[in-house]
Design a protein around this ligand. Structure first.
Ligand code: DCP
Ligand code: CA
Length: 361
């Protein structure tokens, strides 16, 4: 499921000042050189009807809205960040796997939550939309599909306040008529080249000769476009920073099977890793210990913690348990010991910030 807030900065402005709602609203990044120099960040859908778009010079937006009673506002990132943080916390509660992509968009892998049932997925999306409207007075557009690629296109196809579900068996039929530019990864340049090859729709692309495609976009590009045109996408929804980990390893004074000696060394490494965690404001969800045994074989053991933590006590006691298990599984003495934390995120920090925000009158 992809959840994307509608005309986010402009809608956030409407929320704090509902009297501007029925006028074109344009949110701008003023560069300060002259009164009107700078670019449009985003605009509400009314302003878009007059041709105003993200990235357009402010003077151009002004000329498009010359004879219209319209509202031009400067960006207020602090305010949008706070709204975004609250909504991301809210969304996270609806899923086991969450991936924020940008300030107003997130993928939710809800497969498990809805027993792989698309009808249940649709109900869940309606519930999410209702809660965002109730708590933040904002609308969003949601796309549900068998993978991220299709969910994203589905979310984009009906805006604002859209909800589009594409089941696996509807995927081909859904994608085929779409203009080629709606495919993720097809920007203006690629679109031009595709059009010159006679590829106007995603369906055209799916039928296009892969060899010819390769000669134009390279092997990898051709493979991506060919798969994408058929809705094939294996990219998992992943927590930001999930691939990242922090680890330390050290050699013991002498090879040993004495748990306490190994643990003491490991605790020093834990303290080192933990200071990184604090400095970077992270939480971790998994702990791994690693040992190079006297015969140079490498063993490791991991534990997934229930939720994210930055607690050194939890870290150390997990390391001790894991090392004790690791020793029992081998009769070799340990030569080197290492600790690693992974599944890092900043979420709980954002949550703390949120709590502070809500508590500050
Ligand atoms: N943004 C920006 N400059 C751009 C594009 C976007 O400053 N060139 C900012 C303003 C947007 C926010 O990022 O509100 C989110 O971008 P989106 O592309 O999701 O656009 P919107 O949310 O504004 O509109 P939509 O309803 O099409 O999602
Ligand atoms: Ca958006």
């Amino acid at each position: 499921m992809l959840v994307d807030l509608d005309y986010f900065f402009a809608q956030a402005e409407e929320v704090r000042n509902p009297s501007i709602r029925d006028k074109p609203v344009v949110v701008c990044v003023y560069s300060g050189r002259t009164a009107d120099s700078g670019a449009v960040s985003t605009a509400n859908y009314l302003a878009r009807k007059y041709g105003v778009k993200s990235g357009m010079p402010i003077f151009m937006a002004k000329s498009k809205l010359e004879s219209v009673d319209s509202i031009f506002l400067p960006v207020d990132h602090e305010y949008y960040d706070a709204v975004s943080d609250r909504i991301m916390v809210l969304l996270r509660r609806y899923t086991d796997v969450f991936e924020q992509v940008g300030i107003d968009e997130a993928y939710l892998d809800v497969s498990h939550r809805v027993d792989e049932d698309f009808a249940k997925g649709e109900l869940l999306a309606q519930q999410i939309k209702r809660e965002i409207t109730r708590t933040e007075h904002l609308t969003c557009s949601v796309g549900i599909g068998p993978n991220k690629l299709v969910a994203k296109i589905a979310a984009d196809i009906r805006k604002p306040d859209g909800l589009t579900v594409v089941k696996p068996e509807q995927m081909r039929e859904f994608l085929a008529p779409l203009p080629i530019g709606s495919l993720l990864g097809v920007g203006k340049k690629t679109e031009k080249r595709m059009l010159s090859l006679g590829i106007r729709t995603v369906g055209d692309l799916s039928r296009f000769d892969v060899q010819t495609l390769s000669s134009v976009f390279g092997k990898n590009g051709a493979a991506y476009f060919h798969n994408a045109s058929m809705g094939i996408d294996e990219e998992p929804v992943k927590e930001a920073g999930e691939t990242e980990s922090i680890s330390r390893i050290a050699t013991l004074k002498e090879n040993t099977r004495d748990l306490q000696v190994v643990v003491d060394k490991a605790y020093a490494l834990c303290a080192d890793v933990h200071s990184d965690v604090l400095k970077r404001g992270l939480v971790f969800r998994s702990v791994t210990v690693l040992a190079v045994m006297a015969d140079m074989s490498v063993r490791n053991k991991s534990l997934s913690l229930g939720g994210g933590t930055s607690d050194i006590g939890v870290f150390k006691s997990t390391v001790k348990d894991l090392l004790s298990k690791l020793l029992k599984e081998s009769d070799q003495p340990i030569r080197r010991v290492g600790v690693k934390i992974a599944q890092l995120s900043k979420t709980e920090v954002a949550q703390e910030r949120l709590t502070k925000f809500l508590e500050t009158p």
